[in-house]
Write a protein that binds this ligand. Structure first.
Ligand code: SF4
Length: 429
């Protein structure tokens, strides 16, 4: 690493002074919390709950502090990855109340992709520039435990170089039980057959009472932590997520992020933290249960990304804004509120769509570049493990209004209508 130049050190000092000056207008107790984070202290769970109530000048101070801490941690680059989601089956009987994705076997739109179809999709993604496939599915009662290994073998046989990011902790629990293997034995077997990393989904809110209300038989908090830490101990990286804005509140959010931070201190295995706002439109939880909120508000989304940046500072560098959940314009706003990544281009995203998500199936890399540039950041394409694989010139039309109107004309866009389009000498998805 190059030593910081005198110019950069002066710039950094002046940014810090400007921030401290801005915070002088913030209510005293919130100001004290933010100043202690700037001074390098760890944000406690109790103080995080207070920050979740920030409004007006206090919210502006929180955003400015998160943006400052983001810059200190990861600089000005903001990233995305070219990936394809392959949801290999939507058949599932677990009955999670928030889920609009699961079908019964006899439903007309029930789906179970063959191994060949999964490999076809992976190969198509690879040929269109993807470095990763993200493979997840429902817990189909008829698939054997070996099916997970067979998926990996089929994909790696066809596309040896692609990174397979696959199988939620719930699927790991299901596959291990079906295989009569311990969690560690099952994960190790998957790693031996090509599993490169795991999504930290199925976390929802890591709180016993909230989880019991979300589903009857959902993986418990303890089981989620056991599976994730076992993966980390075996050398398998995972992401970390939170699904918020339903029957939960600030205390649950702060406790959840604190749990994630505790795991990271122990294992160092998380690559990123991804806040996922609850998508309520087609969700049975919203439709059938009183007092369920219709997802987080815009301000709650901002606070979540900003507070995650502060709480995880020094432990998890990458905070992702999910454009699938937020929409492109709000995702872009999160890049100025602590986030440094926009996630994947996600051909065929179907889980949020099944719950009524309105934000399409795919964003082309050019849109990602424009969105990042319009947020005042340097766009880079990364791989799953956050290594930069491509840097971009800043486009001249990177104004926010041009990005939003451009995105509206391109979304939704599916793999079927986005055949290999050569743009400016580069293949676009
Ligand atoms: S969230 Fe996953 S495990 Fe729960 S019902 Fe939906 S597909 Fe099944």
């Amino acid at each position: 690493m190059n030593a910081p130049s005198v110019l950069n050190l002066n710039k950094s000092r002046s940014e810090r002074q400007n921030l401290i000056h801005q915070l002088s207008g913030v209510e005293e107790s919130i100001q004290a919390i933010l100043l202690s984070v700037i001074a390098g202290c760890e944000l406690s769970e109790t103080d995080a709950v207070k920050l979740f109530g920030a409004t007006g000048a206090e919210l502006d101070g929180l955003i400015a502090t998160a943006d400052y801490i983001r810059k200190q941690a990861v600089g000005n680059q903001a990233s995305f990855v070219i990936t394809r989601n392959i949801n290999f089956t939507n058949v599932c009987y677990m009955g999670c109340k928030f889920c609009g994705f699961a079908k019964r076997k006899e439903d007309a739109d029930a789906e179970l992709l063959s191994l060949d179809e999964i490999a076809d999709r992976a190969e198509e993604a690879w040929n269109r520039g993807a470095t990763e496939v993200c493979i997840q599915g429902g817990l189909h009662p008829n698939i054997p435990g070996t099916h997970y290994r067979d998926i990996l073998k089929a994909v790696k046989a066809r596309v040896p170089g692609i990174h397979i990011h696959a199988f939620s902790p719930f699927e790991i629990w299901f596959g291990a039980a079906k295989s009569k293997l311990s969690i560690a034995e099952f994960i190790q077997d998957l790693m031996d057959h090509g599993l490169d990393s795991m999504p930290g989904t199925a976390a929802e809110i890591l709180d016993v009472e909230i989880r019991q209300q979300l589903t009857r038989d959902k993986l418990t908090t303890e089981q989620w932590i056991e599976i994730i830490t076992t993966a980390h101990d075996l050398g398998l990286p995972t992401t970390a997520t939170i699904m918020y804005g339903h029957i939960d509140g600030p205390e649950h959010w702060a406790a959840h992020i604190n749990t994630i931070r505790g795991i990271q201190k122990q294992t160092g295995g998380f690559t990123e933290f991804v806040p996922l706002g609850f998508v309520h439109y087609e969700s049975p939880l919203y439709q059938n249960t009183p007092n369920v909120r219709p997802g987080p508000t815009v301000e709650e989304n901002i606070r979540m990304h900003a507070i995650a940046r502060l709480m995880l500072n020094g432990w998890i560098d990458n905070i992702q804004a999910s454009w699938v959940k937020l929409g492109p314009d709000y995702a872009q706003q999160m890049l100025q509120s602590g986030a440094n990544d926009l996630g994947g281009t996600l051909m065929n995203e179907s889980i949020s769509r099944s719950s009524g998500g309105k934000h399409g199936q795919e964003i082309v890399p050019e849109d990602m570049v424009r969105m990042i540039s319009a947020a005042g950041r340097e766009p880079v394409r990364r791989n799953t493990l956050y290594r930069v694989v491509e840097e971009y010139e800043q486009p001249v039309d990177a104004r926010i209004d041009s990005v939003i109107s451009h995105s509206e004309t391109l979304i939704p866009r599916s793999i079927n209508d986005a055949q290999l389009i050569a743009t400016s000498g580069r293949v676009a998805l």
